[in-house]
Design a protein. Structure first.
Length: 122
């Protein structure tokens, strides 16, 4: 017999941690997409000697996809998280090479996203 309506069984530590990791990943992805959007906007009329701001465009799309897939517990969330981590790592390297505040903030958000996406995909 199931659990009566309105009464939930306590979550195991494993499930609680998995939910926390998923929520951390979603939050990191959304923050990263926002930081990348700001960087992309700021770099529109600026010269760049590397793949910034092109990496930001890729990162935005993959971070939003990753957040959406994680939120719905998609069967492909692990693969999407791995790809998102790869794109964010590339973006962190590219934006991290610049001295602009928006690039440094973008690189930092990307590094955080890499960390949480790798945890989700593990």
């Amino acid at each position: 017999m199931g659990v009566p309506l309105g009464r939930r069984q306590p979550l195991s530590n494993f499930r609680r941690r998995a939910m926390a990791t998923r929520e951390e990943c979603i939050e990191a992805c959304l923050q990263c997409a926002t930081a990348c959007e700001r960087c992309l906007h700021a770099m529109i009329d600026m010269q760049s000697d590397n793949d910034c701001p092109h990496c930001c465009r890729e990162c935005i799309d993959l971070c939003l996809l990753c957040a959406q897939a994680s939120a719905r517990n998609s069967r492909f969330a692990d693969q999407i998280c791995r790809l998102c981590a790869e794109a964010c790592e590339w973006c962190a390297e590219q934006c991290g090479a610049h001295d602009h505040d928006h690039c440094r903030e973008c690189a930092e958000a990307c590094r955080k996203c890499v960390e949480t996406c790798q945890q989700m995909a593990a």
